[in-house]
Design a protein around this ligand. Sequence first.
Ligand code: ADP
Length: 193
Amino acid sequence: MEQSLVLIKPDGVQRGFIGKIIARFEEAGLKLVALKMVHASQEDVDKHYALTEEWMMGVYTKAKAKTEANGEAFPYPDHKAYGGEIKRGLVEFLKSSPIVAMVVEGEMAVSAIRKLVGATEPASAAPGTIRGDFSHDTYGQSNAQKRPIRNLIHASGTVEEAKNEIGIWFTDTELHKYEHVNDRVQYDPKWFV
Ligand code: ADP
């Protein structure tokens, strides 16, 4: 069974969406196996958003394509300049107020959660997704104000990333193993026989 790391960022906490966000995962039949409120340290956030070539290229490519598709010029020369700036803003943002960290488990949990979370830019995220329903922020607005886009939530992008991120925010003893009724109803072939 896959596990994914989810963070409700300071905007999600401040806007009172902790309960609603958790409910989306529960309603989808996913199981919470760890949950806590944390005031993130510099070290936590540094580990979480590692400034790798791949990460910088990812944020740069997505934002450049979206900005240019909106008919605006993208003001950064390359992925390193842009990635560095995004990372600096993210570190300050995530440290600015308590966040909620959780580990969510289920069949294909990583991709299922990304589907429920929606696209990075809330204005482009589909309705029905967490970001699409609760935020309308744009790359244009966040770039103009030189701040991270306010998209309420982080969710691991791959199974590998999830393993690494869970280790940053939780110790082994904080990860609970228990049977949830959904384990039987959704996955047990003998449930009703
Ligand atoms: P996601 O959170 O959807 O996986 P990324 O891993 O690409 O997105 O980026 C991490 C976070 O960095 C985003 O959720 C967002 O808060 C911030 N971010 C990424 N790209 C930008 C951008 N171009 N402008 C402002 N903030 C950004």
